[in-house]
Design a binder for this molecule. Structure first.
Ligand code: AMP
Ligand code: MN
Ligand code: MN
Length: 374
């Protein structure tokens, strides 16, 4: 396809930062699958007005705004960060953005996102920012190499929607954390609007990417608010069809082979599962090496494995380039995988969570299995 960035070449207007804006109509939080039934139904989310106002003032007062998102960024993390970065830069503000991966590279699937010229390598990120915002990271550790900058920041604004990101994490001086938000981009859209900044087509593309990523293309969060936000964003003219194709329907040929190997060794426990079955498999470094497949390309394996009707929980263990196993867990609802993964040092949502293991796959699953209780 032609790079969608070509269609976003127009220079956005450069308004001055306005007063505190009015939240967009229908800005009430859509229910994330992590949220209990009815969560987010009210207009007021868990973020109070005073906090929103303090964040807006902090951004308006800052000389430079430093933005960071979680390591191995997904569409929600990178989309949120670049959206705010683009909005601030268009308003004439100094912005720096990064993520703390040792191998600093934007995943292939997200290279179409506009605003990547805002990115700097983690080594060039301010060591002690006056104002820093983090996106989609539930803990300071999820910032990887940028965790130290966050600890040193004078003001640290945490923009996130993970249920595991409770006030008890002690993370952030100002917290825009709402577990009922379907994606961090939902909160980011509200922040941009409250700053009085326009959502251009480029910014909308970043926000939309986060929204479709975290809702699984509107499968896991289907509220009117989610669709209303999508409607607002698509109305800017962004190529929603191209974004979906980029995200969901494009892989190197080697992915088919690695997927086949992973599916071929998938295990269903118990073998004839009725209640609370678990389906799991793994992708090793060797599997990927045979097809020169980068780690990020196997993120989608879990979306195939989770289809098994017999299983309430699906787990895919992916060996990264350092030999650590990154575990992805998904639940159909009866079991809170976020709780189980948090207990093993990871985090996430009730229906989508993960953790890192340094044990072989079967041993890791044996450790996880007893925690998978309703
Ligand atoms: P993934 O399976 O990588 O798509 O991640 C699903 C969810 O679990 C995301 O919301 C992540 O933020 C969270 N998650 C995944 N791995 C970890 C980890 N090692 N530590 C904390 N949270 C994680
Ligand atoms: Mn994320
Ligand atoms: Mn997210």
């Amino acid at each position: 396809m032609t790079a969608p960035t070509n269609t976003w070449a127009a220079t956005p207007p450069e308004p001055a930062l306005g007063p505190v804006g009015v939240p967009p109509a229908g800005a009430g939080r859509p229910g994330h699958p992590a949220a209990g039934a009815g969560a987010g139904a009210g207009a007021a989310g868990p973020i109070d007005e005073a906090t929103w106002r303090r964040v807006v003032s902090a951004i308006e007062a800052a000389d430079e705004v430093a933005l960071a998102c979680h390591v191995s960024p997904d569409g929600d993390a990178l989309g949120s960060m670049l959206a705010l970065g683009l909005a601030l830069r268009a308003a004439g503000r100094r912005v720096v953005a990064s993520f703390g991966d040792r191998r600093f590279a934007v995943p292939r699937l997200l290279r179409f996102l506009p605003g990547q010229d805002l990115l700097v390598e983690p080594a060039r990120f301010p060591a002690a920012p006056g104002l820093m915002l983090t996106f989609d990271a539930a803990t300071v550790e999820r910032l990887g190499l940028l965790a130290e900058s966050a600890r040193n920041a004078r003001e640290l604004v945490v923009v996130d929607h993970h249920a595991s990101n409770g006030a008890d994490t002690g993370f952030g001086t100002l917290r825009l954390v709402d577990p009922s938000a379907a994606a961090t981009t939902v909160l980011t859209e509200e922040l941009i609007t409250r700053l009085g900044l326009p959502v251009t087509e480029e910014i909308a593309a970043c926000l939309y990417t986060g929204l479709v990523t975290d809702t699984g293309s509107f499968r896991y969060a289907t509220t009117p608010a989610v669709h209303a936000m999508a409607g607002r964003l698509v109305a800017t003219g962004l190529p929603a069809d191209e974004i979906s194709r980029e995200l969901w329907e494009s892989s190197p040929f080697g992915y088919l082979k690695v997927l086949a190997a992973a599916l071929g060794r998938a295990v269903l426990e118990p073998a004839a599962a009725q209640a609370h079955g678990l389906v799991w498999t793994y992708v090793s470094r060797e599997d990927r090496a045979a097809f020169a497949l980068p780690y990020e390309e196997v993120e989608g394996v879990i979306d195939v494995v989770r289809r098994a009707d017999e299983a309430d929980v699906a787990v895919v263990l992916k060996e990264d380039d350092d030999g650590a196993w990154q575990v992805s867990a998904r639940s159909k609802g009866a079991i809170d995988v976020g709780r189980a993964c948090t207990a093993l040092g990871g985090g996430g949502h009730a229906r989508a969570a993960g953790f890192t293991s340094h044990l072989p796959p079967a041993e890791t699953v044996a450790m996880l299995r007893p925690l998978l209780t309703p």
